[in-house]
Design a binder for this molecule. Sequence first.
Ligand SMILES: [Zn+2]
Length: 338
Amino acid sequence: MTRTRRRPYADQRPRDLGGGVSSVPVPIPGNPLGYTLVYAIDSPAGPVLVDAGWNHHDAWQALRTGLAAVGVDVRDVRGVVVTHFHPDHAGLAGRVREESGAWIAMHEADAQLVKLMRGLGQGEHHDFQSEMLRRAGAGAHELPSIADARPDPPAQPDRELRDGDLIDVPGRVLRAVHTPGHTPGHLCLHLEDAARLFTGDHILPDITPHIGIYPYDRDDVDPLADFLASLDRVAALGLTEALPAHEWTLPDAAARAAEIRAHHEDKLERLAALVTEPLTIWEIAARMTWNRPWADLSPILRGMAAGEAAAHLRALEARGLIRRLPEVDPVRFVALHS
Ligand SMILES: [Zn+2]
């Protein structure tokens, strides 16, 4: 994610937003993103949460006490609809389910990824990462150590959602809007009876969500094109105020969608100008502008930067502006006519 401005978790409070919707900030320990905003939607059959927060003791305490502050007992939660499988959103969903017997719902594409992750041992995960980094041109010293921990995969959802599905919130109309890009199964949730949109990580007020491609050298998907189409989709809903999963309430979702689109178009243009000779994904990522110099990025951040570079390269390739050289390993990209 690109960060420019931040408000600390310590300044956040649970808030009653009116119309039977509340927000609870849940900390993400040790992460500069600070907190996830978990939303509770009242219904006569018990509240339904949008996202749940990171799976950590402090986050769990903050979720419980924050919900209590807006009049919700976590043991009464009817369901948790997860915008996407990332650990700062889905992490605590399993804990809520244990506590209250809630269902967990997620888009089927992300549910599939959860299943894959849950089936992968630490060793297999490490091998997948190493091979992906090697094919991108990372040096042997940059490959992850077997000891590198990954967060526990989230709980397997009980319900799988598709675009247009109504979520089980009796007395209210909450619809799944499939917005792939940040993840293949990312959902925005449209509370139609209150003209409110929960945008998850799809549209955030000040930062832009990470758009990556994994493994980096895939050529059968185009997540950035998906993401740009999903921005148009949300803008076309014609809603103004939106409720994202981080930072603060968005005053104008369509205007922010246009800004995020411009950010990516600008990045694509600068990237196309950079690929004047055949370069690996790693070499290209190292030459791009990030919020810190490449040399100062941790291995995890370098990996994310490479994923972001790869998604933009793939979009340029799909638009016919660059090509990948045939049968080279690691993969190399070059401008179409060089
Ligand atoms: Zn995310």
